[in-house]
Design a protein around this ligand. Structure first.
Ligand code: SAM
Length: 249
């Protein structure tokens, strides 16, 4: 099973309803991010759209742009939007990758939640340039400090979450180890139990770049952005005023 297929099928059941103790989506520091909600706000890589709905509900008058390249994830996002008319009418879903897709010319903030480690080095470079292009001065990229397993390599297999639907209990087991070339192999095992017995067993493996925060922060173009530590879970990467941009206006 592809990792995205497993997340499409099991992800929301394992996550929802959001548990404030465990899910960082419950405590996103919107105020410190200082999003400028009179301009469009971007959700980069929203997956099935849990974060898109949180973003849209936090800023009930804002236009939202959700950029999700994976077809399965985007399909779940579309369903989530279809069922929420108040969010649907002001959310545009873009099927491309963030470093290349069309975006509104001026945006008021971008949420980058559990996504940076899916981007390769060149993609990250293009991503920051893209953000420098579209974010107005003072707007930020609100980035979760999750870097694909860096610092927690070689994790022994452990149960990390579970949820039930009808008679079935869904369990996610997690293990990871360093591959020695900068990547981390993450093994997720999804087990479905009925009456305590495993009736289905799916395993996925991904090898994201296990990036350290120093590396990520070093790559941010300092001429365009300032880096603010909000708390142990988030950084705000804030767009500096830019002389060239002001002159263009
Ligand atoms: C771990 S999921 C995070 C989903 C969501 N932000 C959340 O935390 O609930 C990472 C998402 O990033 C998306 N992604 C990967 N590369 C991307 C890119 N270049 N541009 C935009 N999204 C990307 C993936 O398709 C996936 O849905």
């Amino acid at each position: 099973m592809r990792d995205y297929e497993a997340w499409a099928e099991f992800g929301d059941v394992l996550r929802l309803p959001i548990d404030p103790e465990r899910d960082v989506a419950a405590s996103i520091p919107w105020e410190q991010a200082g999003f400028q909600a009179h301009l469009p706000l971007i959700d980069v890589g929203p997956g099935s759209g849990v974060t898109t709905v949180v973003l849209a509900e936090t800023f009930p008058d804002a236009e939202i742009v959700a950029v999700e390249p994976d077809l399965l994830m985007r399909s779940l996002l579309m369903t989530r939007l279809a069922e929420r008319s108040g969010v649907r009418e002001r959310t545009t879903v873009l099927p491309g990758v963030i470093q290349e897709t069309w975006l509104p010319a001026e945006c008021g903030g971008a949420l980058l939640f559990n996504v940076i480690y899916f981007l390769g080095e060149r993609e990250r470079e293009r991503f920051w340039h893209r953000m420098a292009d579209v974010l107005v001065p003072g707007a930020s990229v609100l980035m979760s400090r999750s870097y694909g397993g860096a610092g927690e390599v070689d994790v022994e297999r452990k149960l990390v979450s579970s949820g039930t639907v009808g008679r079935h209990e869904y369990q996610r087991w997690y293990a990871s180890h360093a591959l020695g070339d900068g990547r981390v192999e993450i093994i997720n095992q999804f087990q479905v139990l009925r009456d305590g017995e495993v009736v289905r067993d799916e395993e996925t493996r991904i090898t994201p770049y296990g990036l350290g925060e120093d590396r990520i922060v070093d790559e941010i173009p300092v001429g365009a952005f300032g880096i603010e530590e909000i708390d142990e879970r988030y950084l705000a990467i804030r767009r500096h005023p830019d002389l060239a941009r002001r002159k263009r206006r």
